[in-house]
Design a protein around this ligand. Structure first.
Ligand code: FES
Ligand code: FES
Length: 161
């Protein structure tokens, strides 16, 4: 049975009609039109669909939209600054050549941001663990890890978040 729910995404409320089986990734992309969240495997393997739900990285392809009605969801569109300039972690990815095709990048950035939000001084091992569920077919990961380390250093120096 279809149901009207309100999803809070990037601090904005969206009223959407969903069935109990509708996946969050599909609602975010198709019903709401926020296509920064990518759908790769659709079965929990690639991490491309990662969003933050109440600050935790979650796979939106394994999450039913109807379970998110009382949660705060952040997608890649929600982390840029209000004036439209990029978030410092996005700048770090660009500066380190950590983006090639870009398909993994939204999920990768959200997984990394969640790590540094809870642990501003992660070890390289902790960074690798945090992004272990995010597959990148292009970069070989070295530049991605460097970008995340650079952002962590910036947070440590300037308190940027
Ligand atoms: S699309 Fe969700 S993990 Fe691959
Ligand atoms: S940049 Fe292409 S999959 Fe990561």
């Amino acid at each position: 049975m279809k149901q009207l729910i309100t999803l809070n995404i990037n601090n904005q409320n969206y009223d959407v009609i969903v069935t109990p089986m509708d996946l969050l990734v599909d609602v975010i992309r198709k019903a709401i039109g926020l296509t920064g969240t990518k759908k790769g495997c659709g079965q929990g393997d690639c991490g491309a669909c990662t969003v933050l739900i109440d600050g935790q990285p979650k796979l939106s392809c394994l999450t039913l939209a109807i379970t998110c009605a009382d949660k705060k969801i952040i997608t890649i569109e929600g982390i840029a600054n209000e004036d439209g300039t990029l978030h410092p972690i996005q700048d770090a990815f660009l500066d380190h050549g950590a983006v090639q095709c870009g398909f993994c990048t939204p999920g990768m950035i959200l997984s990394a941001k969640a790590l540094i939000d809870r642990n501003p001084n992660p070890s390289q091992k902790e960074i690798k663990t945090a992004i272990s569920g995010n597959t990148c077919r292009c970069t070989g990961y070295i530049n991605i890890v460097s970008a995340i380390e650079s952002y962590a250093n910036l947070v440590a120096e300037k308190g940027a978040k």
